[in-house]
Design a protein around this ligand. Structure first.
Ligand code: NAD
Ligand code: IPM
Ligand code: MN
Length: 368
């Protein structure tokens, strides 16, 4: 039996509630399919800060580096709003991304047929939607230096964040975008703001060169990121793969979430480069949503983004394509059966909680 080592980092708020459903699913898969998943758990975010004053411990970082894949819930919440910036809950997630070199963040936005009416947009705008936002995850304004608040000495302070991109960072994320596009609709739309940002000028140039040199069979278009946001809500089906930087990707993927019905529906995979010798890549799978303090502890959070993130883990870390497809089909069919957590509830459907949604998806997965 294969050994597959997973580190689970449930985090804060609804993170542990959603992760509980994935734990049940892993147990079911190990029992039914002899999948050999071995899980360990660690602390990240506010709960880690409460336990030892850091948003992730060195020990848990080492476990993340050694695992075949990391499953991450969510971090943050009002309880930690005033802790020092360096140890904020979110810093734990940023450290995982940076230290594991997870530069490619895949955020697919798929509108399941049963949810076309749950989106705030008209059903014909979102029906059948299947796009992929590819967000650069280890560069840009999230990590550029200087990043500080300085005292100007005249009663004024200055807050500085720096947007930085080097050629190799743009080249490697563009390469991933074109390769992914070849497996789907063969189109990439690159979004930046070359009209006001030097990093945007370089981004556009390098994407165009990478395309010309190695991927000219893929259709490439460029769009200013603000117009891209508008086009995402006007007619999202014009897109296949959207390639963009760290900050624009963060914002555009929350916009895309509403095309699918709810932020509780959007999974993601954060991937590193494949090791040249083993072909293995570091990877972390996380829902796009946060810790949702407004609904935490009530047992009503939608666990689908977390469960669909595990489906991405099956696909990208373990090459378990049939099982990933089966899990995504189970999600789709449970929605067809009319089961809904409150965030995707609509007339005539059956309202259920987090655990019931998890149970229904697991039962459907077993039956398929
Ligand atoms: P959020 O994503 O936590 O919540 C936004 C809204 O979406 C809320 O109304 C929430 O109830 C709803 N929502 C989100 N996920 C849901 C789900 N699975 N089911 C049902 N409804 C869901 O964003 P926020 O409120 O802006 O941020 C809260 C905290 O989470 C902040 O501390 C923020 O930094 C953090 N955050 C963490 C991550 C992460 O850990 N990856 C991502 C985003 C935000
Ligand atoms: C996300 C989140 C994170 C980000 C935060 C929690 C650091 O919003 O994953 O979308 O900004 O990248
Ligand atoms: Mn975000």
């Amino acid at each position: 039996m294969a050994s597959r080592k997973l580190l689970l980092l449930p985090g804060d708020g609804i993170g542990p509630e959603a992760m509980t459903e994935v734990k049940k699913l892993i147990a079911a898969m190990n029992a039914d399919l002899n999948t050999g998943f071995e899980t360990e758990e660690g602390l990240v975010g506010g709960c880690a800060y409460d336990a030892h004053g850091q948003s992730i411990s060195e020990e848990d970082m080492a476990k993340a580096m050694a695992a075949d894949a990391v499953l991450f819930g969510a971090v943050g919440g009002p309880k930690w709003d005033s802790v020092p910036y360096e140890v904020r809950p979110e810093a734990g997630l940023l450290r995982l991304r940076k230290d594991m070199e997870l530069f490619a963040n895949l955020r697919p936005a798929i509108c399941y047929p049963a949810l076309a009416a749950s989106s705030s947009l008209k059903p014909d705008v979102v029906e059948g939607l299947d796009i992929l936002i590819l967000r650069e995850l280890t560069g840009g304004v999230y990590f550029g230096e200087p990043k500080e608040i300085i005292d100007l000495g005249n009663g004024q302070k200055r807050g500085i964040d720096t947007q930085v991109y080097d050629t190799f960072e743009i080249e490697r994320i563009a390469g991933v975008a074109f390769e992914l596009a070849r497996t789907r609709g063969n189109k990439v739309c690159s979004m930046e703001k070359h009209n006001v940002m030097k990093s945007g000028v370089l981004w556009k140039e390098v994407v165009a060169e990478t395309h010309k040199e190695k991927f000219s069979d893929v259709e490439l278009t460029h769009m200013l990121a603000d117009a891209g946001g508008m086009q995402l809500v006007r007619w999202p089906k014009q897109f296949d793969v959207i390639l963009t930087d760290n900050l624009f990707g963060d914002m555009l993927s929350d916009v895309a979430a509403m095309l699918t019905g709810s932020l509780g529906m959007l999974p993601s995979a954060s991937l590193g480069a494949p090791d040249p010798l083993t072909g293995k890549r570091k990877a972390l799978y996380e829902p796009v949503h946060g810790s949702a303090p407004d609904i935490a502890g009530q047992g009503v959070a939608n666990p689908i983004a977390m469960i669909a993130s595990f489906a991405m883990c099956l696909r990208y870390s373990f090459n378990m394509i049939a099982e990933a497809d089966r899990l995504e089909k189970a999600i789709s069919e449970v929605l067809n059966d009319g089961l809904r957590t409150p965030d995707i509830m609509s007339d005539g459907m059956t309202k259920i909680g987090t655990a019931q949604m998890g149970d229904a998806i697991i039962a459907k997965f077993r039956a398929l």
